[in-house]
Design a protein. Structure first.
Length: 165
């Protein structure tokens, strides 16, 4: 999957603003998948806590990177719910939480090897956190929840430096 192009899908951020993934080109992008009703602290909440750490570490390098937490439960996770949920992680302008049409989310999750079963609070899934370079190509896929923020920070910096060349 590394070097594959990230599919361009239509999403809506936690403020209700529509955007397309293609609009994130030009800098490094890390995206992960979450849902607001996730009952397991070592899954979705851990991914967002890691992103909060990454955001703090990269804050001085603004404009060169973005973080994106995409819901796997778009029928429940409306922009308003995502905004309320996101507030606990204190995202700044370079970090968005997104939802979208079920078909658009499915295009993205399928392309990145995310598998989901069930729905609502009983949604079971694997975990994927993906780093994309400035051209929209997948640089690295972190599977599961055992990765550490420092690993993502290093990969994001590599993606940012590749964009400057």
């Amino acid at each position: 999957m590394p070097q594959a192009l990230l599919p361009d899908v239509a999403l809506v951020d936690e403020h209700g603003r529509p955007f397309r993934l293609v609009e994130t080109k030009g800098g490094a992008l890390a995206l992960t998948f979450i849902f607001t009703r996730c009952p397991l602290p070592d899954f979705c909440p851990r991914m967002n806590a890691h992103f909060a750490t990454v955001q703090r570490a990269l804050s001085a390098e603004s404009g060169k990177w973005r973080l994106l937490s995409v819901t796997m439960d778009p029928l429940y996770d409306t922009p308003a719910r995502l905004a309320e949920y996101a507030a606990r992680y204190q995202p700044e302008s370079s970090w968005s939480f997104a939802t979208g049409e079920t078909t658009e989310i499915a295009k993205l999750t399928t392309a990145l090897g995310l598998e989901t079963k069930g729905e609502g609070a009983v949604l079971t899934h694997n975990l994927r956190t993906v780093v994309v370079d400035a051209t929209g190509r997948v640089r690295r896929v972190f599977s599961g929840n055992e990765w550490h923020p420092e690993e993502l920070i290093a990969e994001m910096r590599r993606a940012m430096s590749a964009a400057e060349k």
